[in-house]
Write a protein that binds this ligand. Structure first.
Ligand SMILES: [Zn+2]
Length: 164
């Protein structure tokens, strides 16, 4: 009898699998960005009960705002929904590894967790170029889950830059 060949694509991943659904919601946000010439990055914030309380997509071109990153916009919407700046117990899910600005916003908003898809080797601040979110000198360090639907998240970006 043959040994079963492991199928890596369908292998159960208890760390990442629970975040696939929310990552699809973030990908839906990302898909709307190119309509305004914006790089397709999308984010959602989940409340402690797992429901979506904030959404955002990269809107730098649409609004001319250099801070108009998906994470910042999703965090702002979530804080409005919660009614305060602390997002304790909440999770940010974003298609691309956060930059330094967004990593700073994640720490400042006291998010419990950040989940991201594709790594950003050139500018990532959650493990690639820097690790702002887990810097031991800061008194709040969110949990990080990386690589959720990573290939899909990266492909959205690759396709955008290829078509330009
Ligand atoms: Zn950013």
């Amino acid at each position: 009898m043959n040994e079963a060949v492991p199928d890596l694509a369908s292998e159960h991943d208890p760390v990442r699998d629970p975040w696939r659904g929310p990552m699809r919601a973030a990908l839906e946000e990302a898909a709307r960005a190119p309509a305004t010439g914006d790089v397709p990055v999308g984010a959602v914030v989940l409340g402690p009960d797992g429901s979506v309380i904030g959404r955002g997509r990269n809107e730098r071109e649409a609004t001319g705002d250099p801070t108009g990153h998906a994470e910042v916009l999703a965090i702002r919407e979530a804080a409005q929904a919660v009614g305060e700046w602390r997002l304790s117990g909440c999770t940010l899910v974003v298609t691309l590894e956060p930059c330094t600005m967004c990593a700073g916003a994640i720490v400042l908003s006291r998010l419990e967790r950040v989940v991201y898809g594709a790594a950003d080797e050139k500018a990532g601040a959650a493990g690639s170029l820097w690790d702002v979110v887990r810097d031991r000198r800061l008194n709040h360090r969110p949990e990080v889950v990386q690589g959720v639907l990573a290939e899909e998240c990266a492909e959205v970006l690759t396709a955008f830059f290829r078509d330009r």
